[in-house]
Design a protein around this ligand. Sequence first.
Ligand code: DAH
Length: 340
Amino acid sequence: MLEQLSQLEKESLATLAAVENGDALAEWNKRYLGKKGALTQMLRSVGQLPKEERPAFGQAANEVKMALEAAYETKAEELRLAEMAQELEQGALDVTLPGRPIGPGHLHITTQTLRQIYAIFAQMGFQVYESPDVETDELNFELLNMPPHHPARDMWDTFWVNDQVLLRTHTSPGQIRVMREQYPDPIRVILPGKCYRYEQITARAEHQFYQVEGLAVGHGISMTDLIGTLTEFAHRFYGAEGRIRIRSSYFPFTEPSIEADIDCIICHGEGCRVCKYSGWLEICGAGMVHPVVLENGGYDPEEWSGFAFGLGVERPAMLKYDIDDIRLFYENDLRFLRQF
Ligand code: DAH
């Protein structure tokens, strides 16, 4: 066997020396190093040797393999240089040709959707305010009325950086930041940004996604203002003339808490796959800012009141543009992106 091996090495190196172009080189590689190549076959047959001969043979075979691979690389480089030299000689490289044009790009579907949302809320007097993606437990949970062992924390599967630091699971911590910065002025802001959740990725759920938080704080702000704002948004964003439905819900940072739905924009209430045959589509969670949260932001709940909401971004875009898989937003496949 060892003899065969050294024979193979000699033969293959001799053949390699005679190789003169890329095709022949690929052919050589296949013949000796490929899956069904001679050397690979020989390596496989090691099992047939008597036990005591196996280690020596294995080692020798690996050495040959490395030698052949190295010889292959050297040859490939040699051919490449030769080819380049030849092209230069023949003047095949015309440096006066114009470059290949880079087509103009356009905004990502998520950015487009965000900008539509900004425009609608800007018309209603909301400013855009940004807050960080990496947050503290204090802002993401505690100051939003969720002390360390609050069971509602389970609603947000969290990526922890350490005990105190996390990737924000929602844009709500921005509420505290804005309040602390704006006090004692009234507030009307939206807070767009990416959120992160430790979730299984499926066609309907990503571990990263955008939200747009809304916050209004002032004197005498009521649930009516909240419902009016959401209704107006839904009509402008979805072009829906339809109704809004308010359901009661629970969030630790609002009291009372609601969820808002609109008539399904696909079937207009008839029932279809998209609305899971309910006739309604959820647009956001919302509510009146909890007194504890107002206080944590520096506003006296006896004097001030406010509403807040949290809108998704990808989900509404999926509905509006009939996109059936949320993963597409993050795959950077130009065939998808160019459609919008
Ligand atoms: N932060 C919530 C979430 O991510 C959404 C939400 C609900 C935001 C109610 C709000 C709110 O501002 O009032 O699930």
